[in-house]
Design a protein. Sequence first.
Length: 427
Amino acid sequence: MQRLFVVILLSLLTVSCANKNSKPSVTKPNAPDCNCVHDQAPIQLPPSTQPVEPKSAEIKPDTKTVADYSLLKPAKWEDVDGLMEDDLSAAWGAWLQSCSTLKNKPQWQSACNAAKALLKPNNATIIDYLTTQFDVYTATNIDGGNTGLVTGYYEPLLQGSRKQSAQYPYPLYKQPNDIVTVELADVYPELKFKRIRGKLVEAKQGDKKTGQLKLIPYLTRAEIETNPSPLAGNEVVWINDIIDVFFLQIQGSGLVNLDNGQQVHVGYADQNGHPYNSIGRLLIERGELTADQASMQGIKNWARNNLDKLRDLLNSNPSYVFFRELPAGLPGPLGALGVPITAERSVAIDPKYVPLGAPIFLSSTQPNSTKPLKRLMMAQDTGGAIKGGVRADFFWGAGDAAGKQAGAMKQQGKVWVFLPKGFVLPK
């Protein structure tokens, strides 16, 4: 094992780096320039047969790394913009979901025990609870600013089957057995929340095998989607639309209506370790779409009008997400905290700067408008594109209506974080 570990360490600089909590969970990698809606006819596309060689990326320590939560600055309750205007009771169930996990952490036990004792609290009771149990902090960015990007995500609805057919030709794959994950913090402490993924192969010197194992990058999207796929036999379900599959991978979780009348939740299981490359950005760079057109809906419309270019476009994003079927009866998809997230009361954050599970207050605006959106939210999820001290991804729920809201959301906002009194912050 020691010999293998040394070989893995020597391989670290040749394997692609990926975010530890990329989804999301529902998490997903997130695409704020997309709007995923499922209202068009399904695409039928012949499978590609040409694999693309994987690209490696050198891993370098982040020179801007700061201590966990050190960008949270003490604030006053009267600084929280909109706290008294929100229906706080609408977020109470989401907070109890956070406590189902946080209660096991000493710094959160007192606040969670006090919450459990409150039955159907009203706004006045919740305000008293918050100000008694928590201190409030302003989230800031590395440059000192307190305003950041707020995007949206949702749980798409797909059509699928347990069996492959001409109507359902596109698989959702489960996590492969041969994928290996290495926590970078074990090697570079400054890379906490980072990991790499790859596969082990036997090393060679010339044509001779050395008997040692080395870690190489895992398969890219193009390699996975060859025909036949190297992951054949690892399917969770089969889907009727390749575009729906792609955007499900961006969102991180979804609902699948099966042809037998059942509905199943599928959620993020793992990712292949390659970086996410926005196809919306690529279409803009290639002159295929303008920035205003590069929403999820705009990308879908382009795809249905350019089937001959679609496979090449999708393969330009080497990242690939694997799924698992979630237990039946969940009230929502599972976030990175490990609890079901709540529509319009859960957000994805960067756990490097905001404690996962914490109550936060978000002051922003409704999607594509100036109408205020001021809500008590729970930081219950993470995402590959959710980076920074003031950065939030607002969960809108499931289905087409939620997808339209999520796809249109690219607002500016401020975030206040509530931490239990006595919570130890880095100095």
